[in-house]
Design a protein around this ligand. Structure first.
Ligand code: FES
Length: 149
């Protein structure tokens, strides 16, 4: 069978994976806490989107004793969004809600050892989704005591 690429020149730019450092690639190819919590497990849920690129993030939290006991996310986003959200869940898990609330996109980027400047906005999606999930938890009236199950 003929090779349709035969004779074609290869582009001389590096593949897109070289755009990111090892830590980011690891979190992109093996994201932590991917999935969703069941309704019974969920104390807070956030859904946010980035209108500039159309990417979207869903994030669930379970809170026990005012700490983030479980966290899960589903990303409909780019490699930057997936890697940063994965790192965000690692930073948030086990933290008191008050501390998790103040995690910033810069904290996430720093924990990943940096991300290309033009992809920095991607780290906002996970942070915004976490803040939305925390607001949802607060609005359910559980803040202060947390679920005791
Ligand atoms: S390009 Fe949209 S979140 Fe990365």
């Amino acid at each position: 069978m003929d090779n349709p690429d035969e004779g074609m020149e290869q582009p001389d730019f590096p593949g897109p994976i070289l755009f990111y450092n090892e830590e980011v690639i690891d979190h992109f190819t093996n994201p932590r806490n991917v999935g969703e919590l069941t309704e019974a497990e969920t104390d807070g849920y956030g859904l946010v989107g980035d209108p500039s690129c159309g990417d979207q993030m869903k994030l669930w939290i379970q809170v026990r004793q005012n700490r983030i006991e479980k966290i899960a996310f589903k990303s409909f986003g780019c490699p930057g969004a997936i890697a940063t959200s994965s790192m965000l869940t690692e930073l948030a898990q086990g933290k008191p809600v008050e501390e998790a609330k103040s995690i910033t996109d810069d904290d996430v980027v720093e924990a990943l050892g940096g991300i290309p400047e033009r992809k920095k906005h991607c780290s906002l999606l996970g942070v915004m989704a976490l803040q939305a999930a925390i607001r949802d938890w607060e609005s359910r009236g559980s803040a202060g005591g947390g679920s005791q199950q």
